[in-house]
Write a protein that binds this ligand. Sequence first.
Ligand SMILES: *[C@@H]1O[C@H](CO)[C@@H](O)[C@H](O)[C@H]1NC(C)=O
Ligand SMILES: *[C@@H]1O[C@H](CO)[C@@H](O)[C@H](O)[C@H]1NC(C)=O
Length: 330
Amino acid sequence: MRRFLNVLLVTIFYCLVLFLKCFESLPVTNQVVLDHHSLVRLKQWGYISSDDSEVKSNTNPIQQLRLTHKLVDALKTFQRFAYLEPTGRLDNATREKMAAPRCGMPDVIPAEIKNRIKKRFAAQGSKWQNRVVTWQLENTNNDGLTVAQVREYMTRSLKKWSDAANIDFREIPPTPAGPQAPASQIRVQFGQGNHGDQFPFDGPSGTLAHAFFPLSNVGLSGDIHFDDAERYTILDPPRSSGLIKFYWVAVHELGHSLGLSHSELFGAIMYPFYTHFPGLEFNLTQDDILGIQSIYGEKSGAFGPSAPPSPFTTLGFVLVGSLIHWLLML
Ligand SMILES: *[C@@H]1O[C@H](CO)[C@@H](O)[C@H](O)[C@H]1NC(C)=O
Ligand SMILES: *[C@@H]1O[C@H](CO)[C@@H](O)[C@H](O)[C@H]1NC(C)=O
């Protein structure tokens, strides 16, 4: 009996704690957590599932409370990803960050962010099955870059990844558009607004580009679309010019084409927000390199999923990962 009472007391205590915890982060008033625009963006970037965005149309108060909580949590997760104070409110800094130039691909899903400890990069889960991947520039653009410049910078961007991991690329030179054009695996296009996939571009700034993961290795797999409404450059103007450095965006989108998701490490090439690097050159960060090597292995290694990592590689990876994590905590 005594034992039963103890269990009961402990249970009541934990229920109380849970109850209080549930209400501690409630919005004080019944305010709208997110406006429509922010809701759409958080949905696009993967912070809110479609089911959870129906808070307005849902009239059941318990459901509303639950959904409001999810929206506040989603906003906090976005704020952490963007290195802002996780206030859970749509404050000025958060609004500003939501309008900042960035990649249109989703960030990692919230549960992953919370649980990830050792590494900041994220592999999406699919990869190219052949060691040499073909690519082709399929059209011209209105951005002030010549075809030759786009090809040169695509080549330089591809080299960043092929220098870091066991993957290579072969260009199929541009051909006049049409059914006779040889199909490449990574097809590179410039497009405006609605451009044929289900992810329309939004005009200048905001979304700069998006790319498809390797997935089944056919069709849209690996394709890269640049928003033709941007003003891209290969020069080194100040950030205030509003010009976007094509090189950075190309390397970032290629990361997706090869199977990397967004990294939460500020400064990594796979960080979702546009980073205006100084000068004309930049390097992949160690996080990006570990990321691409986790998919294709080191440059000299055997290609393909058939080669299991040796215990040494695994240990080295974990050690390096821990070291980076430790350094980042400083
Ligand atoms: C937020 O921005 C608005 C308009 O831009 C401004 O009036 C307001 O003072 C800002 N609030 C804070 C806390 O910075
Ligand atoms: C990139 O790395 C190379 C080799 O480690 C180094 O020589 C170069 O200065 C680096 N470039 C930049 C812009 O950091």
